[in-house]
Design a protein around this ligand. Structure first.
Ligand SMILES: [Cu+2]
Length: 318
């Protein structure tokens, strides 16, 4: 069983700033969004080196195991977009490359890609591809939670809009996650939050926890229920659910969840997102990574509950 690299925790905290990697259709420089009158944003530039793991010409993307980008992000394996597919011609897995990365508020791409050597120590077969959904916006606090349809641990179809009127705290997990600091930790934190709030007389009453599996092939309702029972879940307070990919993919994409695709579960590296939603249906807070404690979650839940008088969010379709 492979342990997640130690650096993973640090990079997860960084993911939130990487909206642009998920927004493949964002405006480039000189093409301000929404007809705003502001001057084109000058992209920030970074010189980057790394090793090609996979070339995806049809997506105008290349997955690179890159070195640290000082001031921007730690070393990791991730996809980079190019504006011009010609940048990718001739590239192959194992090539050591140098390139320029350009970043604006809502876009990012690379150019001037050149091969500077080869690296036979990092075979392409070792790559851990991430799922990348570029067709949905990355949501932040204040945004309306879109509506998605899932199936819960009792086999019942649920919609996220069902929880309007309550505080909803949800996180993403899969039951066969091999990394104790990741999904098992999220589930344990939910179990502890559920218990702590049950013991607090002034705790918000209108509250639901929801653990959403991104491993629908494996996580059947029965398996989700058995898993939840191991954590002494209260079905009235906490649901577990998963769904079809046409729901899960945009839902995870909305929050920048990255996870392995077509990789064995024991190698499925991923990041974490825990989201607290106001009774109005607006996102109250997003807790990235696993570097938060039960009290942090409870504080956000209480603050979200305090907004209960806010008007419901209209137009939650997508
Ligand atoms: Cu996990």
């Amino acid at each position: 069983m492979k342990r997640l690299p130690r650096s993973m925790s640090a990079l997860l905290a960084t993911m939130v700033s990487l909206a642009w990697f998920l927004s493949g259709c964002g405006p480039g420089p000189g093409a301000p969004a929404g007809g705003t009158a502001s001057a084109p944003e000058t992209p920030r530039e970074y010189a980057v080196t790394g090793v090609v793991r996979r070339v995806e010409p049809e997506r105008r993307s290349v997955v690179v195991k890159h070195e640290e980008i000082p001031g921007f992000m730690p070393a990791m394996t991730m996809p980079f977009d190019v504006k011009d597919a010609k940048e990718l011609s001739g590239l192959k897995a194992g090539d050591r490359i140098a390139f320029r990365m350009l970043v604006t508020t809502n876009d990012g791409w690379i150019d001037t890609v050149r091969v500077v050597g080869s690296d036979t120590n990092t075979p392409a077969a070792d790559a851990s591809p991430v799922r990348l959904t570029s067709s949905v916006p990355l949501l932040e606090a204040g945004a309306a939670l879109p509506d998605y349809t899932l199936t819960n641990e009792l086999g019942k179809v649920i919609r996220l809009s069902d929880f309007q009127g309550k505080v909803l705290a949800f996180t993403f997990i899969f039951t066969r996650c091999p990394y104790p600091d990741f999904c098992p930790r999220m589930t344990d934190l939910f179990a502890r939050a559920q218990k702590a709030l049950a013991d607090q007389a002034d705790a918000p009453k209108n509250l639901k926890f929801l653990s959403i599996s991104f491993d629908p092939q494996n996580d059947t309702p029965d398996l989700l229920r058995a898993y939840a029972e191991r954590y002494a879940y209260d079905p009235g307070q906490w649901s577990l659910a998963t769904g079809a990919w046409d729901q899960l993919e945009p839902l995870t994409g909305n929050f920048g969840l990255l996870f392995g695709r077509d990789v064995p579960p024991e190698k499925m590296e991923h990041n974490l997102r825990t989201v607290v939603v106001r009774p109005s249906g607006r996102i109250h807070a997003i807790l990235p990574s696993n570097e938060w404690a039960v009290d942090d979650l409870i504080r956000e839940i209480r603050a979200a509950a305090a907004t209960a008088g806010d008007a419901p969010t209209p137009d939650r379709g997508r």
